[in-house]
Design a protein around this ligand. Structure first.
Ligand SMILES: O=c1[nH]c(=O)c2[nH]c(=O)[nH]c2[nH]1
Length: 290
């Protein structure tokens, strides 16, 4: 028999304020998982090699306190992960996942407020793992909701006795996107890359402001978004995109003598299409190696 085991603390919420002009704040929801030599805790009730999950939680606050300057969610994850490995010989591996709550500075009549913030929508995430001495950093976003009212269709799919969906060249395309991307190099400017990757994803989803770009499927749009990120950011090795297809169903009411004219829709998120893919860089240039 072999027991694969790990333990940690999930959903540790911490906010860190840096006083000054202007004031700065981050709010993080931190989860830590440790691999350790604590097999005996499972097999013999011997807890002598366990870092208590309560201790793990306290450590999040202590490391936050030690951060005297603002830092990215990735940098915080790296500090935390390295701490557990360097302090405890019992710990052999660590994974830290953090979700940042998007507090954004308020502007009053165009003037940034000294200490006022409002909550944005999409959230910056980070995953830092260290196993066998190898540190891996991935950044991401969750809750990036995008919608376009036209320049989307879906045609040419399998038609059989189970198919009801009409082929269309005109529909609403909407998704709440999650993405995560991993880096091939260390010490990147994580916050800068985060906002530029988001910008790239959004630009590719919509196309140019006045004319947009036609999407023949969520699958194709997803691929083009991922490809553009790998093209632009040489430090990114791989990107995963999860793009649920949130259907806006045409409302037809023949009994009321009202027919759908691409105007009234029933927005739904259940059920939704699930479309996801990971694009990973090969050593040659894209897209020839795909
Ligand atoms: O872009 C789409 N991809 C699909 O795989 C799919 N399936 C479906 O019913 N509608 C859509 N739309």
């Amino acid at each position: 028999m072999e027991l694969d085991h790990k333990h940690g603390k999930a959903r540790v919420r911490v906010a860190r304020v840096w006083r000054g002009s202007p004031e700065k704040i981050v709010e993080w929801n931190v989860s830590v998982v440790l691999n350790s030599h604590s097999l005996a805790a499972y097999t013999h009730g011997d807890n002598s090699a366990i870092v208590a999950t309560d201790t793990i939680k306290n450590t999040v606050y202590v490391i936050a306190k030690q951060c005297k300057e603002p830092l990215s969610v990735e940098q915080f994850g790296i500090l935390l992960a390295r701490h557990f490995l360097s302090l405890y010989s019992e710990v052999t591996g660590v994974k830290v996942n953090i979700v940042e709550n998007p507090w954004q500075r308020v502007e009053i009549d165009g003037v940034p407020h000294h200490h006022g913030f409002k909550l944005g929508l999409e959230k910056h995430t980070a995953e830092v793992s260290i196993h066998d001495g190898i540190q891996k950093v991935a950044s991401g976003v969750v809750g990036l909701s995008l919608l376009k009212t036209t320049k989307s269709g879906f045609e040419g799919f399998i038609r059989d006795r189970y198919t009801l969906l009409p082929e269309v060249r005109e529909r609403i395309l909407a998704s709440t996107i999650s993405a995560s991307w991993s880096y091939s190099s260390e010490g990147c400017s994580y916050n800068k890359i985060y906002s530029e990757v988001l910008n790239t994803l959004v630009k590719t989803f919509f196309g140019p402001p006045t004319i947009g770009v036609y999407s023949p499927s969520v699958q194709n749009t997803l691929f083009l978004m991922a490809q553009e990120v790998l093209r632009r950011f040489s430090e990114i090795e791989s990107i995963h995109l999860n793009m649920p297809n949130l259907h806006f169903l045409p409302v037809n009411m023949p009994a009321l003598d009202e027919k759908f004219e691409h105007d009234v829709y029933l927005p739904t998120d259940e059920p939704h299409g699930t479309i996801e893919a990971t694009l990973t860089r090969k050593n040659t240039t894209l897209p020839s190696k795909l």
